[in-house]
Design a protein around this ligand. Structure first.
Ligand code: NDP
Ligand code: KAL
Length: 257
């Protein structure tokens, strides 16, 4: 796997800690020879990221802020990537957000504002980022986002995020059709539960890990490295015939009735 993405310029959005799925993706892509560009939202994430890169001896080609809630922030980020890097070959979108108080209880209690916020940050952002990235993908490219089974099934507490992920996955298909003619593929990885900052403090997370150990065909949970390697597959030429796909990296749990 040492040269699968050698020399490709790939943007990674969403490292907030060593536990982030985007950090698992970072180590997979780094080992496979990619040049990495990072975006972050909070200063705290910037601090974590620079420490992690240092600790693991990984060089970032560029690190810039990007709040996907703002069109201006997305435009500025991709303009500075264009200026400082030029052509890019990949984007890894690993961001999502919903109000914590709406990730429990009845979905029917979702507020208008909370519904729109979850969709804006977790689904529309992929549309806006794809449009901006396309301009820099003049040699073709690959865009990958992260999703979860709660888009397909009712999973307790996932609530508004499940509906936003359904929108994200449908966006993957519509964007795949749009981008195909430019040689750009768009896919999603649907990961099983992984303990990250996002999962912290949300009700019922530990039980979810236990259910996978009992019921998934592989009888174990997945980790960030497994999601990282699946994302590497999508970034590499090994997946050149695949677009508009949602690949489950969940120990096979989604096939169990
Ligand atoms: P993390 O908490 O590590 O990452 C979430 C990231 O979202 C953070 O880096 C955060 O940045 C970023 N983010 C939130 N709002 C914005 C915004 N407005 N603009 C830019 N970035 C933003 O959690 P995960 O690694 O778990 O989550 C990554 C993706 O994986 C999400 O899409 C999640 O839904 C998905 N996923 C997670 C699973 C899990 O079990 N953990 C399972 C399946 C999918 P900052 O902290 O700087 O605000
Ligand atoms: C059924 C599961 C149990 C958990 C339920 C909901 C999880 C929703 C994910 C969503 C992204 C979490 C948040 O938006 C948390 C946010 O309100 C508060 N947290 C933060 O602001 C932290 C500091 C930052 C870093 O987080 C973000 N997102 O910016 C789902 C489980 C089994 C699987 C998961 C966790 C799926 C997923 O999509 O993450």
């Amino acid at each position: 796997m040492s040269n699968l993405v050698e020399g490709k310029n790939i943007v990674i959005m969403g490292v907030a800690s060593e536990r982030s799925i985007a950090w698992g993706v970072t180590t997979s892509l780094h080992k496979a020879g990619a040049n990495l560009i990072f975006t972050y939202r909070q200063e705290r994430s910037y601090g974590k990221l620079t420490k992690l890169l240092d600790k693991h001896n990984i060089e970032a080609k560029l690190i810039i802020p990007c709040d996907v809630a703002s069109d201006e922030s997305i435009t500025n980020a991709f303009n500075s990537i264009k200026e400082k890097i030029g052509v890019i070959h990949g984007v890894v979108h690993s961001v999502a957000f919903a109000n914590r108080e709406e990730l429990k209880g009845e979905y029917a209690n979702t507020s208008r504002e909370g519904f729109l916020l979850a969709h804006e940050i977790s689904a529309f952002s992929l549309v806006a980022v794809t449009k901006a990235a396309k301009e820099l993908m003049t040699e073709g490219g690959s865009i990958v986002t992260q999703t979860y089974l709660g888009s397909e099934r009712v999973i307790q507490n996932y609530n508004i995020m499940g509906v936003a992920k359904a929108s994200l996955e449908a966006s993957v298909r519509y964007l795949a059709e749009d981008m195909g003619k430019y040689g750009i593929r768009v896919n999603a990885v649907s990961a099983g539960p992984i303990r990250t900052l996002s999962a912290k403090g949300v009700s019922g997370f530990n039980e979810k890990l236990g259910v996978i150990e009992k019921k998934a065909p592989l009888r174990r949970n997945v980790d960030q490295d497994q999601v990282g390697d699946a994302t590497l597959f999508f970034m590499s030429e090994l997946s050149r015939g695949v677009t508009g796909e949602v690949l489950h990296v969940d120990s096979g749990y989604h096939i169990i009735g």
